[in-house]
Design a protein around this ligand. Structure first.
Ligand SMILES: [Ca+2]
Length: 270
């Protein structure tokens, strides 16, 4: 009886071992981080410098048609705005109720979607009138948001991105973001650029270029040095805000309370 039991247990372990070896060997190569893979670090050239509202605590940035859309944060200071690129002039503004701390924004089918930080509420506005059309809920904190044309992609300050259905706002998937050192946390403002997800990493000058299918960081963009010492004489906060104009292939970045907004082009390493 005992011997049969021992044979049974040994057999069970052998089976589990075989299953483990089989499943490990079948992981797609891209999901197995390897320290031997060097992640390219991109630098930048400044193409244009535009004025940016020093009072805008930038939490969301989008470019569409010929203008910028910006979401700002802070309790009692949160807004949604349409901004002229060349002058930085505010063309239209909607203030959020003081109980909400505005976060990321994205434009989907003529609607602007704006997250809030800890209220678990997202707002949906008409893109032209800024009229509030709808609210929706989510379980995590709200940080950045963008979309890939079919899904909303949202960050919550961790290393996990959330995919949301753009009609129902239900969560339809998650993506763990990692580089060679493991999970990449504090993902903040997002932008979908030519099939990749770009993400500011909060409190750094770095942007992660993320492969949407795997969550792997396939490039880092090093944006240190954009502001001059003079720019930093007044209060400025961290880099935050990436916008992409797909029609003209222009990439824009700014930061919280920054006096400038930059059009940049990326330089490949080597
Ligand atoms: Ca953005």
């Amino acid at each position: 009886m005992n011997r049969l039991f021992v044979i049974f247990i040994l057999g069970l372990f052998a089976l589990l071992g075989a299953v483990f070896v089989f499943s490990s060997s079948n992981l797609p190569e891209s999901q197995v981080p390897s320290s031997s893979d060097i992640i390219p670090v991109y630098t930048y050239n400044i193409v244009n410098i535009y004025p940016h509202d020093r009072n805008a605590f930038t939490q969301g940035l989008v470019f569409e048609d010929v203008v910028l859309y910006e979401g700002t944060g802070g309790f009692g200071h949160s807004t949604l705005r349409r901004v002229e690129l060349e002058t930085g002039d505010i063309l239209q503004i909607r203030e959020l109720s003081a109980q909400f701390f505005g976060e990321g924004i994205t434009i989907y089918e003529n609607k602007i979607i704006q997250l809030t930080w800890k209220s678990n509420i997202g707002f949906v506005y008409d893109k032209n009138s800024f009229e509030l059309l709808q609210e929706f809920n989510y379980l995590t904190e709200g940080w950045g948001i963008t979309n890939d044309g079919t899904r909303l992609i949202m960050s919550d300050g961790t290393a996990t991105l959330h995919f949301l259905d753009p009609q129902t706002f239900e969560e339809i998937g998650q993506l763990g973001v990692f580089d060679n050192d493991g999970p990449v946390a504090r993902l903040n403002e997002l932008e979908y650029v030519q099939g990749e997800i770009y993400a500011n990493v909060w409190q750094t000058d770095r942007v992660a270029r993320i492969e949407p299918a795997t969550g792997r960081v396939i490039g880092w963009v090093e944006l240190g040095g954009l502001l001059t010492t003079e720019d930093r004489h007044e209060t400025v906060d961290v880099l935050n805000g990436i916008a992409y104009d797909a029609k003209t292939d222009r990439l824009f970045v700014t930061g919280k309370l920054w006096p400038k907004l930059f059009e940049i082009e990326l330089i490949s390493p080597g």
